[in-house]
Design a protein around this ligand. Sequence first.
Ligand SMILES: Cc1ncc(COP(=O)(O)O)c(C=O)c1O
Length: 366
Amino acid sequence: MPRIPVAKALPDFPWDSLESAKAKAFAHPGGIVNLSVGTPVDPVAPIIQDALTAVAAVPGYPTTHGTEELRSAAVEALRRRYGITGIDPAAVLPAIGTKELIAWLPRLLGLGADDLVVIPELAYPTYEVGALLAGARVIRADGLNRLGPEGASLIFVNSPSNPTGKVLGLEHLRKVVDWARRRGAIVASDECYLGLSWEGEALSILDERVNDGDLTGLLAVHSLSKTSNLASYRAGFVTGDPALVAELLEVRKHAGMMVPLPIQSAMTAALSDDDHENEQRERYRRRREILLAAVRGAGFTVDNSEAGLYLWATRGEACRDTVEWFAERGILVAPGEFYGPGGGTHVRIALTASDERIAAAAERLA
Ligand SMILES: Cc1ncc(COP(=O)(O)O)c(C=O)c1O
């Protein structure tokens, strides 16, 4: 049998197709305003940097499970920030950023060709990549009724959503949990943007109101990239069903998927402090207000976007035309089709630029 490179099973890396729009935006005399990716631009808080360097001399291997301090800090942060209770620190598992965890989760859970993975209709691309790496089948469905009698092995939910900023309500989340329970499916809730809500409340899958205090089959994935500006550090964790987390721990130990100790120390500091997180949220709130008014003022409709770090905007034309229109003004945005076939007439505009660049974008849109 000839070798089949894994990359052959994966979609083309979509960002390469933005190169010409990027070149056009770069040519703007005022410079590019890059709102195409959600990468943080504000510095890491000093208390987090200090925690990183404090253990810089430690030579030994870190543990895959993470330090007790880190796991307790995660449990406490979930309680303080989101009112989540009933999490055992032993059921917290650090990840080298959540992208790797999501990409490998179906495989680590033992899914394969017989399994179906459900992902949102408009989704962060790594859910599909994860299913493909496991050799599993993938279906895009927001309502589980669409699946008919067929069960599923794993359901990814993402509220607040990337790219749409949509927040799933209590009833919706309860229905997902109930549907999964009745079929023995696992729910993986990607809660990357849970701490960045602008209108209304976003709920964790671990919230008692959602799961009635039963965590069986539930996993919540938390990234520190956006809320604590730690994208460069690669810092996240997964928690929820203790049996599932123990299973993941076992495999990740064998595979060497461990978070470096200085990063564990930095994560502990970040999870123990809410001030830097609140400050960052307020920065994004101000940027969102400026950009939202400017985008609407330029004639766009902004759908959902009630939470998270993106505006999901449309004026009813093909998304690539909108990308070009923005690029002519020196602003780079992401075409909605990157996130699923339903995104063909939207663009995703990130709030992750400096105050100066957001002001420049607003001026160009006026
Ligand atoms: C929905 C969603 N999940 C997960 C991630 C991955 O974040 P990280 O790997 O930095 O933790 C991102 C990053 O943009 C995201 O948008």
